[in-house]
Design a protein around this ligand. Sequence first.
Ligand code: DX5
Ligand code: ZN
Length: 238
Amino acid sequence: MKYDIRTMPNDRVLVSPSLLAADFRHLEQDITQAVAAGADMLHLDVMDGHFVPNISFGVPVIKSLRKSCDLLFDTHLMISEPKRYARVFADAGSDHITFHIESDDDVDETIKEIRDCGCTVGISLKPATPAEAVFPYLDKIDMVLVMTVEPGFGGQSFMADMMAKTAAVKEEIQRRSLNVKLQTDGGIDENTVGVSASHGSNIVVAGTAVFRHPQGMKYAIEKLHAASAVLDKNVLEK
Ligand code: DX5
Ligand code: ZN
């Protein structure tokens, strides 16, 4: 692990651009631009065609990119057997690995395996999975990822009905005074980032809204960072 998500700030919105929306003809160029534009980390969506109905990229791509990118690698495993593959993704250069609670592998064993590989750990919840499902694991992990679309594809619409779940996870993290980050992923752009931040998510994943923004990545990331002004507001006001 090169970078540690645990030491990143909690008091402002951090942007994790999803590589899925980059132009695969020139990934290095796109990532270099994202870094220059202010990206806080890089979100790597790994899909196995089994856990989700799509196949993206895997170990060799991450390994190559590691050589030319000095950002925290935030790997999102949308695969059926995260415990089995955690080590190869850690060795490829992931700093942080998020897996799905709905995957086939035992949750505690997967957390331990990712830790043993030297990475920080995140658990992701699909839209149909309630907030409470992650509560028993909160003191063993570093991040919760609340999906705001069905995992599998970029470019989908933000599900605003996931905000109650986001706030519920945040409240539980705060109630127990845990250092657990809260990330939202899917359909996040300058119009939806505010509601996400106001419900407690301080790490936003954005693919289309960063790599394909008509006004460029710098403008896009600035707009997303601007949601820091409303971070946690609803939660804290309760
Ligand atoms: C969806 C992925 C997301 C996706 C986000 O399965 O986990 O990270 O790439 O893409 P946008 O921001 O385009 O919704
Ligand atoms: Zn993702």
